[in-house]
Ligand binder design. Structure first.
Ligand code: ATP
Length: 791
C-alpha cells in the first residue's frame, strides 16, 4: 500500500480532486443562477412592477441565441478558451458563457447580420461602424434578392457595401452545403415535391455548427495564396471558420429544425448536394420578400450542382488598378474565411491567370476587356455561367459610357443567358430571379449630358438625375424593383473636401502648379486630359527636381503598378495621371488633387476630386482654369449645383522668383526635346531605308545632324548650370519653406484659408510652433479676404 504522501505525490488524488472541484463549481453555478432568478422577483416585491431596464442589443442577441438553442434542443457549446477560438489579445473578442463569440465595439455590424469572421476582419481594419451606404445597402442586398443601385460619395466605402453581402452568401452557403452532404451521406432523391419527403428531411437535419467548423478547416488547407493568409496562425483559421455561423442570424446559423424556416439559399444547397430537383414555390424563403408572389422563375427549376466549384460572383470594373484594389479590399474583409478572390485584367500573364482560375475561386474581379477575351476563347470556368449569383458593376456609369460598352453588353448577355439556359427554356429577356445585380458609383444620380448616335446624327441630351438612373436600369438590364439607395450629395463631392480654383492664362498654368507643389508638400495627384500634356509636365518637373510618377493607360502594366505602389508609399509623392486613375482608386491619404486641365465633364471632376478627402478625411481639390476652359468649368459648376468655386490665395511674392526657374527649365527642355526628336527621326529614317535596301544621301536626309553641334551643347550646358544655380537659391524663406507647413499645421492653414472664404471656418485658431508660420498664415488669410471681397 502506498503511503498518503506518496499517493499525493504520484497524483493519485487528481481524479478525485477534479471531481470535487467540478461538484463545487456546479453548486456555485446553480447558486448564482438561483440568485439571478430571484433578483427580479425581489425587485418585484419591493417595487410592485418590475423596473427592469430594456435589454440592450447585446442582451437581446444573447437571449435570442439561448432561446433558439432551447427550441432546437441543442446543448450549448462547451465554453472554449479564447485561444481555441482564435481570438487575439486586444481583438475585442468575447466568448459568452454559452460559447458564443461576440466582438466588442462592433455591435453595429452584428445587428446588420454580418457574419462574425467578417466582423473580426473589419475590427482589424478599424472599421467599427458601417458607413451610410453600407448601413443601407448591406441589409437589402443580404436579405432580399433585389438588385441594388447604390450612389454614394467618393470614398464612402461602396466596395464593402457590395462585397459583404457576397461574402456572407459564400460563408453561409458553403458551410451548410457541406454540412448537409455529410449528414445525409449518399442519399439521393429525385423529387422533393411532397410534404412527406420534406418532413423526413426535416427530421434528418439537426444542424451542428461544429461539423461546419471541421469541414471548412480541411477545405482551406489547400489555399495556395500565401499572402492571403499571411500572419494567420492555424488556430485563427480554425476559429474563423468556426465563426462562420456564430454571428449570423438564426437562418444563417442553420439553427432550424423546420424546413420551412430554412432560407432559400440553404435549401437550394441541400437540394444541390443531393441531386434533388425542386420547384420555385418550394424554395421560397421567408426572407426573399422581394419576389413577386406566384411568379415563376425558371432558374428555380434548375438542378444545381457543386456551387462551390463554380463562379458565384462576378465583379466588373473599368480599370485594372481598380480591379486589383477591389480584390485587395475583399481579401482584407475575407481574411478569416479563406474565400478566394481572383482578378482578371489586361496585362496579366496567361499562366498566372490559368493558375488562379484552376483554383475555382468563387469571386472573380475583372475588367470587361480581359473577361470578354477569356469568355470568347471558351475558358471552361467562365463558360458555364448559370451559377453566378451576384453580378456587380462598379463605376457602372463609366462602364456603360466608356469604350468597353460593347464588351460589357456582350458579357451581360452571356451571363443572363447562362442563367436562363441553366433553367431550361428561359423567359426571353428576363434575368434569372436568383441572380442579384449590384450597380454602384458616386455619380450614378448626377444629371448628365448623354449623347446618342441615331442613324448618322449624334444627339446630345441633358438628362436629369432620375433619367440617368432610368437610363442605366434599361442599359444594364436591372429589374424594375431594384432598390435605389442614393445617399450622394447634390453637389457631388464629399463634405470634407475643400474645393478651390485658380484662373490663369494657359502659359501660366505650369507656374502655378510648380508653385503649389513646392509650397504645399504632401501626397499630390495631378490630373491631365492627355498623355502628351502628361509627358510634357513630367519632363519639366523632372528638370525642376520634383520627380513626379506618371500613370496612364499607355504604360506597361508592370510599370503602372510599380508607380501606383511608389506613390502609395511616399508621403510627399506627386503622381501625374490621366483619367485612368480618376475613378475608384483608394490611394491612402492623398492631401491634394490638382486638375491641371479642366475635366471633360462633371462626373470626372467628382471622381478625380474624390481621390482625396476619403473616409471622412480632409483634402483639397484645386482646379486650374485657362480662358479657353471657362465654358467647361461653368458646365461642371452648373451640373453640380454650384455658383462657382472660391479662388485659391496665391503668394505672388514667391511667384516672381519661380517664374525665372520655370522659364529656364522650359528653354532647357525645348533644347533637349529638339535634339531627341531629331535623333529619333534620323533613327527611323535609317532603319526604314535599311529595310527597303535604299542608300541615303546624307546631305539631303540630314544624316549625321542628330549629333548636337558644339554651339548647341554649350547652350545646353549653360542652361543646365543656370537652372542648377536658381534651384539652389531658396525661394521661400528658409524659416518658412523648409520647416513649414508640417502636416497638421498645413491642415490648420488649409482650414483657415477655406474658412476665410466660406465663413465659419475662419474662426479656427491657427496653432503654429514658429512665429514665421503664424505670420505667413495671417498674410494668406488677409489676402483671401481681399480676393473674396474683390469678387
Ligand atoms: N465602415 C468603414 N469605416 C471606416 N472606413 C471604411 C469603412 N468602409 C470602408 N472604409 C474605407 O474607406 C475607404 C474608401 O472606401 P472605398 O474605396 O470602398 O470607397 P468608394 O465609395 O468605393 O469610393 P469611390 O467612389 O472613389 O470608388 C477605403 O480606404 C476603405 O478601406
Amino acid at each position: 500500500m502506498l503511503s498518503l504522501a506518496r499517493r499525493r505525490k504520484r497524483g493519485c488524488f487528481r481524479p478525485l480532486l477534479k471531481k470535487k472541484m467540478a461538484q463545487r463549481r456546479r453548486v456555485k453555478h446553480s447558486q448564482s443562477r438561483e440568485q439571478t432568478k430571484l433578483q427580479p422577483k425581489l425587485s418585484e416585491c419591493l417595487h410592485g412592477d418590475s423596473p427592469k431596464a430594456p435589454p440592450t442589443n447585446q442582451e437581446k442577441g444573447r437571449e435570442g441565441r439561448k432561446r433558439r438553442r432551447r427550441e432546437v434542443g441543442r446543448t450549448p457549446k462547451k465554453k472554449m478558451k479564447k485561444s481555441e477560438l482564435g481570438a487575439e489579445e486586444g481583438n475585442g473578442m468575447e466568448v459568452d458563457e454559452s460559447g458564443i463569440e461576440t466582438v466588442t465595439g462592433m455591435e453595429a455590424w452584428q445587428e446588420m447580420g454580418v457574419p462574425l469572421p467578417i466582423i473580426r476582419a473589419l475590427k482589424d481594419l478599424g472599421f467599427t461602424s458601417p458607413t451610410e451606404i453600407q448601413q443601407q445597402a448591406i441589409p437589402v442586398a443580404m436579405n432580399t434578392t433585389r438588385d441594388v443601385i447604390g450612389a454614394a460619395e467618393t470614398g464612402s466605402g461602396k466596395t464593402l457595401a457590395f462585397s459583404i453581402p457576397i461574402l456572407n452568401y459564400i460563408i453561409t452557403n458553403d458551410a451548410r452545403g457541406k454540412l448537409l452532404r455529410e449528414k445525409r451521406g449518399d442519399v439521393t432523391m429525385t423529387s422533393l415535391k411532397n410534404r412527406e419527403q420534406k418532413k423526413k428531411l426535416q427530421e434528418a437535419e439537426v444542424i451542428d455548427l461544429n461539423l461546419v467548423y471541421h469541414d471548412e478547416q480541411d477545405e482551406n488547407d489547400d489555399d495556395e495564396e500565401d499572402h492571403e493568409r499571411e500572419g494567420q496562425s492555424e488556430s485563427e483559421t480554425e476559429s474563423s471558420l468556426g465563426d462562420n455561423n456564430e454571428g449570423a442570424s438564426v437562418e444563417e446559423r442553420g439553427l432550424v429544425t423546420s424546413l420551412d424556416n430554412i432560407p432559400e439559399d440553404v435549401f437550394l444547397k441541400m437540394i444541390t448536394d443531393n441531386d434533388v430537383t425542386i420547384t420555385s414555390s418550394e424554395t421560397r424563403s421567408p426572407t426573399s420578400n422581394s419576389r413577386d408572389e406566384g411568379s415563376h422563375d425558371p432558374c428555380d427549376d434548375v438542378t444545381e450542382s457543386h456551387d462551390q466549384a463554380k463562379l458565384l460572383a462576378l465583379i466588373l470594373t473599368p480599370t485594372r488598378e481598380l480591379a486589383l484594389q477591389i480584390q485587395h479590399h475583399i481579401r482584407a474583409a475575407a481574411k478569416y474565411t479563406g474565400i478566394k478572390v481572383c482578378v482578371l485584367v489586361g496585362g496579366m500573364a496567361d499562366a498566372k491567370q490559368e493558375r488562379m482560375l484552376s483554383q475555382s475561386p468563387p469571386i472573380v474581379v475583372a475588367t470587361p476587356g480581359r473577361l470578354w477575351k477569356l469568355m470568347s476563347e471558351g475558358h471552361p470556368y467562365l463558360t458555364s455561367l448559370d451559377s453566378i449569383r451576384y453580378l456587380v458593376l462598379d463605376e457602372a456609369d463609366r462602364m456603360i459610357d466608356f469604350g468597353h460598352y460593347h464588351e460589357l453588353s456582350w458579357i451581360l448577355e452571356r451571363v443572363n443567358k447562362g442563367a436562363e439556359s441553366g433553367a431550361g427554356p428561359g423567359v426571353e429577356g428576363t434575368r434569372c430571379q436568383r441572380q442579384q445585380m449590384f450597380v454602384f458609383s458616386a455619380t450614378l444620380s448626377l444629371p448628365r449630358r448623354s449623347s446618342e448616335k441615331k442613324s448618322k446624327v449624334r444627339r446630345r441630351k441633358n438628362l436629369s438625375g432620375q433619367e440617368t438612373i432610368e437610363n442605366l436600369i434599361s442599359q444594364v438590364g436591372l429589374r424594375e424593383n431594384a432598390a435605389i439607395i442614393d445617399v450622394a450629395r447634390a453637389t457631388g463631392t464629399t463634405e470634407t473636401l475643400s474645393e478651390m480654383k485658380i484662373m490663369c492664362s494657359s502659359e501660366e498654368k505650369f507656374l502655378y502648379l510648380y508653385h503649389f507643389l513646392l509650397r504645399y508638400k504632401g501626397r499630390t495627384l495631378v490630373f491631365v486630359n492627355s498623355i502628351s500634356t502628361l509627358q510634357k509636365l513630367r519632363s519639366h518637373l523632372e528638370l525642376l527636381q520634383l520627380h513626379p510618377l506618371p500613370l496612364h493607360a499607355r504604360m506597361q502594366q508592370r510599370q503602372r503598378l510599380k508607380n501606383f505602389d511608389r506613390f502609395t508609399s511616399c508621403s510627399e509623392g506627386v503622381l501625374l495621371a490621366s483619367d485612368v486613375a480618376a475613378r475608384g482608386l483608394d490611394f491612402p491619404h492623398v492631401h491634394y488633387v490638382i486638375h491641371y486641365d479642366v475635366p471633360l465633364n462633371s462626373e470626372l471632376y467628382v471622381h478625380r476630386s474624390g481621390r482625396t478627402a476619403r473616409a471622412q478625411r480632409e483634402g483639397l481639390s484645386l482646379i486650374l482654369i485657362g480662358p479657353e476652359e471657362m465654358t467647361s468649368y461653368k458646365n461642371i459648376c452648373k451640373s453640380l449645383n454650384r455658383e462657382g468655386l472660391p479662388s485659391f490665395p496665391m503668394e505672388t511674392g514667391y511667384l516672381q522668383a519661380l517664374r525665372r526657374r520655370v522659364s529656364v527649365a522650359r528653354r532647357l527642355e525645348a533644347t533637349i526635346h529638339r535634339r531627341n526628336k531629331r535623333k529619333r527621326d534620323n533613327d527611323w529614317l535609317q532603319s526604314t531605308a535599311h529595310a527597303m535596301e535604299l542608300e541615303l544621301d546624307q546631305d539631303w536626309y540630314g544624316m549625321g545632324t542628330d549629333k548636337p553641334t558644339s554651339q548647341e551643347l554649350d547652350k545646353e550646358e549653360e542652361l543646365k548650370s543656370e537652372l542648377k544655380r536658381l534651384l539652389e537659391i531658396p525661394i521661400i524663406p528658409r524659416s518658412v519653406s523648409m520647416t513649414y507647413p508640417t502636416q497638421d499645421e498645413k491642415h490648420q492653414l488649409l482650414k483657415s484659408i477655406t474658412g476665410a472664404w466660406g465663413g465659419d471656418r475662419s474662426r479656427q485658431i491657427i496653432t503654429t510652433e514658429t512665429e514665421d508660420a503664424l505670420k505667413l498664415a495671417k498674410r494668406v488669410i488677409s489676402k483671401t479676404h481681399k480676393t473674396h471681397k474683390s469678387h
